[in-house]
Write a protein that binds this ligand. Structure first.
Ligand code: MG
Length: 179
């Protein structure tokens, strides 16, 4: 079986909605996800307050993050045809790890825990495909990089872009048909 490495944040889980929720709670200003896409930036760049990146260090930020639509069903389907690893940069945010582990057990219980990889850099990951929203992670990857559409990567044309999990399914249906 070929191997697919799948990122968590902004691919399986939606941390932008947590940013917007906490920003409204703390600053009384409501921003929509559509506004973030319109500006083509990270949330803290959009509001021009890089201190807000510190939300990522707060315990509970990653707890119960909303799922990206259709991600569970499509990952379940992919797991019938590929070896699936969930690969997430967690080491910078020590409190994220327990939240992320619980989240994966809750939403992806059909994947073995041995296939969860909490890492720092991703250029040591060996797989046939990597689905990630960060160009920097795809650039150092030796397999085929697939860029998940996100507000901060709108201008990249180097990688195959997918806008949602149905597009990921369609991409791999074509890949499977090649063999
Ligand atoms: Mg990500």
């Amino acid at each position: 079986m070929k191997r697919i490495a799948i990122d968590m944040d902004e691919v399986l889980a939606n941390p932008n909605l947590r940013f917007l929720e906490w920003y409204e709670r703390d600053y009384g200003v409501k921003i929509t996800e559509a506004q973030l896409y319109g500006m083509g930036q990270k949330f803290y760049e959009y509001v021009d307050n890089h201190d807000l990146r510190n939300y990522l260090h707060i315990k509970g930020f990653f707890k119960d993050l909303p799922l990206m639509p259709d991600s569970q069903e499509v990952v379940k389907w992919l797991a019938e045809h590929y070896e699936i690893f969930i690969v997430t940069s967690a080491m910078e945010f020590k409190y994220s790890m327990e939240d992320k582990y619980d989240w994966l057990q809750k939403y992806f219980p059909f994947l073995p825990w041995k296939n969860f990889v909490f890492c720092g850099r991703k250029d040591m990951i060996i797989a046939d495909y990597l689905i990630d929203d960060h160009v920097k992670n795809l650039t150092g990857f030796t397999g085929e990089g697939i860029l998940y559409h996100a507000p901060h990567n709108l201008d990249n044309t180097e990688f195959t872009r997918v806008k949602n999990w149905q597009e990921i399914k369609a991409f791999f249906e074509k890949e499977l048909a090649k063999f």
